[in-house]
Design a protein around this ligand. Structure first.
Ligand code: IVH
Length: 674
């Protein structure tokens, strides 16, 4: 008979593992100074998972294994903040900063210098974290400052938020610690997220702030977990069982509790140093991987803060001083509507060209009608432009109304390109042209079809695509393969030689793989990754076209919406005909799946760049070896293949204790079954 292990011994080991893991998380996520290798970290995590698996009664909510919580609820609960979350007064220029300093001295009847803490003003979403006896109990949004929304489940998925405070040497774990801060989405993550959404035909986020807000206010914490949100904490709420004398002491101390604070914060001996800080940060703001819109100066001493108190929802002891925005004013000459590949209509402002952060900008997406209404943007208005995440230009607000004012912008009743009907569902933001023959849709479809990750046809610039559609040479995607050199040569400014080249490029694309063709069709919600999964599962276009929603949903990562969209695509007789004709023109290689391949039934996630092959190739080889490729790491993931500069998936793998493979091990594994 086996002896039951001593329960208190197991509990002790679990506790020790959690402490170790929390400590290493802190080094990795908060200080950015890991001390152990991934493999060592993995080992700790796997051991903890195994013990918790054997002893489910010992699993606690603050265990590092428990970040992503359960099922979506219907609505966020309301959380009342114990003390109001205030906002800040603004200084518009250096003069007003100096005046702020003078006011404080007058109020306090102090002659000498006032010491400040200068911080970056983060452009994110303010939140409050409540730690009770060191455990994260509640996280809420600011809301109106008095009542916020309970976003605990989502905030728990942010890796830099400790679920349990670390025990510093010199400080007790307080009975209650409320900390306030800002949730942000790093600029790079924002750009990547929007690229992904564009590929899938999903609406884009206007800027990192909106993306962070959208991610945090997701009902399903799994979605939030997939967005690499981060946090910086900067203000105390109610405290019990701990006391701080100053803002600087507060920042240093909460860092020791494992909370992330912004490393750019500085003590300034007087207001002049605050102004220097503003100058320095104004120049450096673009180096930061998050949007910052100014600085905040706070009186350092908490005793003085208490004396100063507040006026109308803002503290007297703090002020924000915004950066000169990377903004320019210009006039909207016209609001046009562009039609995308799946027929979605996007209003676009055509602008009087301006230079903004080194680039000439002559148009900016207005995203959707709701956004236009909210900002009341009209033709002829002068608007403030900004570059979201320093990349995409967008309209911040109207600065001067046109005179006379143009009427409110209306979405067209008919498609501006083809005159076809527009569909708009009540309660949805989107408007769609449903005419599959719409030339604008056709242009976008061809552009997508020919793009690198689809049929990879060289030389398909905007000009050629527009000519092909306008001339009527290409009415359906498969018409591309019927083009003759003589026909192309007749297009304006097209020589014999270029025509020959184009035909050659098109011919070269005939020999291809099934996943590329599926991706190229431009089915809504089907991108590269889904296309690859569909290719392996169905082997031929005919079989895919016959699959019902249930069969589609049985594939990992394919939810009801994607399944419906695939089915809708093939239910359209016209699409089906195009697919049939394409199949005849192309020489499609079937995905090979080795029975009993080395990765049979294994779920694999890729992160980082591999040296020996592209990501597409790696995915293909995994599928060919019988494995499945997933886009996100979960408990069900068998391996995470780690290339150079791995992303957040590696962190997640470490957290869940999923096995990681270096490139060499991965290659060996692929080779092993041959
Ligand atoms: S202190 C009473 N510090 O700015 C103190 N706020 O207009 C109030 N913010 O709602 C907050 N960075 O969302 C503070 N380093 C920082 C900040 C910051 C950004 C935001 C915060 C607040 C708003 C106030």
């Amino acid at each position: 008979m086996m002896m039951a292990a001593n329960p208190s011994k197991i509990e002790a080991e679990i506790q020790k593992l959690r402490d170790q893991i929390n400590h290493h998380n802190y080094l990795y996520y908060v200080l950015d100074q890991p001390e152990i290798s991934d493999a060592e970290y993995d080992k700790l995590m796997r051991r903890l998972e195994a013990l918790e698996h054997e002893h489910p009664e010992l699993v606690t909510a603050d265990s590092p294994t428990q970040r992503v919580g359960a099922a979506p609820s219907e609505k966020f609960a309301v959380v009342r903040h114990r003390t109001m979350m205030m906002s800040l007064a603004n200084a518009m220029n250096a003069e007003e900063m100096v005046e702020f300093d003078r006011r404080i001295k007058r109020f306090l009847k102090i002659e000498g210098d006032i010491e400040y803490v200068a911080e970056v003003k983060l452009d994110g979403l303010s939140v409050e974290l409540v730690y009770e006896d060191g455990k994260l109990a509640v996280a809420s949004t600011r809301g109106d400052g008095i009542n916020g929304e309970d976003v605990t489940a989502n905030v728990r998925t942010i890796k830099s938020v400790p679920l349990r405070l670390l025990k510093p040497k010199r400080l007790p774990i307080p009975k209650l610690l409320e900390v306030r801060g800002e949730v942000i989405l790093p600029k790079r993550a924002f750009v990547k997220l929007n690229e992904e959404r564009e590929r899938k035909g999903e609406p884009l986020f206007a800027n990192p702030r909106n993306a962070a807000a959208g991610s945090l206010r997701q009902l399903d914490p799994r979605v939030t977990a997939s967005r690499p949100l981060d946090i910086f904490l900067y203000a105390p709420g109610v405290l019990e069982g701990v006391e701080f004398q100053s803002q600087w002491e507060f920042l240093q101390s909460i860092k020791e509790y494992g909370l992330r604070v912004n490393p750019e914060s500085r003590v300034c001996r007087n207001v002049d140093e605050v102004l220097e800080y503003w100058n320095r940060m104004s120049e450096r703001r673009h180096e930061l991987d998050y949007d910052a819109d100014g600085i905040v100066a706070k009186v350092n001493s908490y005793a003085l803060q208490a004396q100063l108190g507040e006026v109308s929802r803002s503290p007297r002891w703090a002020i924000a001083y915004k950066f000169k925005a990377q903004q320019e004013e210009t006039r909207i000459e016209k609001i046009e509507v562009q039609v995308g590949r799946i027929g979605s209509l996007t209003p676009v402002a055509k602008l009087k060209p301006v230079q903004l952060a080194g680039v000439t900008i002559s148009s900016a997406s207005l995203h959707n009608l709701d956004e236009i209404r909210r900002k009341d943007i009209r033709e002829g208005d002068t608007v403030m432009l900004e570059r979201a995440g320093d990349v995409i230009p967008y309209v911040v607000r109207v600065t001067k109304k046109g005179h006379p004012r143009a009427p409110e912008f209306q979405m067209p009743k008919r498609c501006p390109e083809c005159g076809g009907a527009i569909v708009h569902e009540e309660g949805e933001v989107g408007y769609f042209c449903v005419n599959a023959n719409c030339p604008a849709r056709m242009r976008e479809s061809i552009r997508h079809f020919a793009s690198k990750n689809c049929m990879n046809i060289d030389g398909f610039g905007d000009k050629l695509v527009a000519q092909l559609v306008e001339s009527g040479l290409v009415k359906e995607l498969d018409d591309l393969y019927k083009l003759k050199q003589e026909q192309l040569a007749q297009l304006e400014r097209m020589g014999e030689k270029s025509a020959r080249n184009i035909i050659d490029n098109i011919d070269a694309s005939r020999k291809t793989t099934l996943d590329r063709v599926i991706n190229a069709l431009g089915i809504r919600h089907v991108g590269e990754h889904t296309a690859r999964q569909l290719a392996t599962r169905f082997q031929t276009l005919e079989q895919l076209a016959r699959a019902n929603e249930e069969e589609l949903r049985a594939i990992r990562d394919i939810g009801p919406e994607v399944a419906r969209s695939i089915r809708e695509y093939f239910d359209e007789p016209r699409n089906l005909k195009v697919v049939e004709r394409l199949a005849r023109e192309l020489e499609i290689e079937r995905p090979r799946v080795r029975a009993g391949g080395p990765l049979r039934d294994k779920s694999v996630v890729l992160t980082g760049t591999l040296e020996s092959m592209t990501r597409e190739e790696a995915e293909r080889r995994i599928l060919e070896s019988g494995g499945r490729v997933s886009s996100s790491v979960s408990r069900k993931t068998d391996f995470v293949v780690v290339g150079a500069e791995p992303g957040s998936k590696l962190r997640r793998a470490r957290e869940l204790g999923v096995k990681t493979l270096e490139e060499k091990e991965f290659l060996e594994m692929l080779g092993g079954g041959r």
